[in-house]
Design a protein around this ligand. Sequence first.
Ligand code: HXC
Ligand code: NAP
Length: 269
Amino acid sequence: MSIFRDNIFEGRVALITGGGTGIGHGIAMALAGHGAQVAILSRSAEHLEPAAREIAEATGRACLPLVADVRIPEQVESAVARVVSELGRLDIVVNAAAGNFLCAAADLSYNGFGTVVDIDAKGTWNVSKAAYTAWLGSQGGQILNISATLHYGGTPAQLHVSAAKAAVDALTKNLAVEWGPQGIRVNAIAPGPIGDTEGTRRLLPGPIAGQVERAIPVRRLGRIDDIANLALFVLSEAASNIQGEIIVSDGGLSLTGGFGLLFEAMKKP
Ligand code: HXC
Ligand code: NAP
């Protein structure tokens, strides 16, 4: 049972990158469950097709799966064009696609760094620009970027992601200022570790998950629903005066330096 009215996004169309799995999937489900028509975009039909079926079955609304790589502008432009032609408009873009792995800076290759920056930062820009050109620039709407808190301090084994998400935060603030006057709200959510996601499976292997959980002031990992509910609020009219903000949902972890525990993950067995 949601605390939000079930039709708050009626008549709206949302595109969620990374919407086939994890946090992106949770946000897509929540938007569809509150009246939006949704399209989900990622590289793999194996992720997208079951997710689209699940969203349609749970909400009674068709969900459009779009296979594309956010690193390739032509694929992004074609996908955005399909959203506008098949769903009729494009009000909300959620940039949740990302890549990550644990790797100490000394071991990180040039291409390893570049790949993550390309997916997270350049991908966010590619999708935002394509959506701006196809719809948002003339009709207004919203962009919600999914960032992280890793770059608030220095996080071991996360140089590449920290650099990429710092760029996502910069994109959020700059686009909020430049595109705000055109009726476009741009914000970001910075989740802490969210249980049962690929992110925590990769970042918090073995006993480190429990150690990080005990370092979180609210003493629990985040849940996908925490982020989906926050996304509903930020994208709703209740947040119409919030612009260019990066809103943290991490149970207080970023106040504690708790990611220092990832030094453990860098130790060679
Ligand atoms: C070191 C690695 C590596 C690893 C890949 N690379 N995995 N280096 N350790 N574990 C290097 C490769 O050697 C290569 O560099 C370069 O990265 C590109 O690798 P590819 O496999 O060719 O890349 P690609 O197929 O494009 O896949 C991208 C990927 C992959 C990021 C590497 O893991 C992926 O598709 N991830 C998507 C799902 C995901 O990561 N979800 C988690 C998001 S969580 P060389 O030099 O050899 O060519 C998140 C934040 C979580 O973002 C925060 C939690 C608190
Ligand atoms: P996830 O399920 O792996 O989500 C990442 C998604 O991005 C996948 O659906 C993947 O689908 C897609 N993707 C990856 N590369 C892509 C590309 N080049 N083009 C298009 N799509 C691509 O991981 P998650 O943990 O839920 O993370 C979701 C978001 O939350 C990410 O932005 C992540 O940085 C952020 N975040 C997560 C946590 C956490 O604790 N989980 C914490 C902070 C921030 P395909 O493989 O099908 O392409």
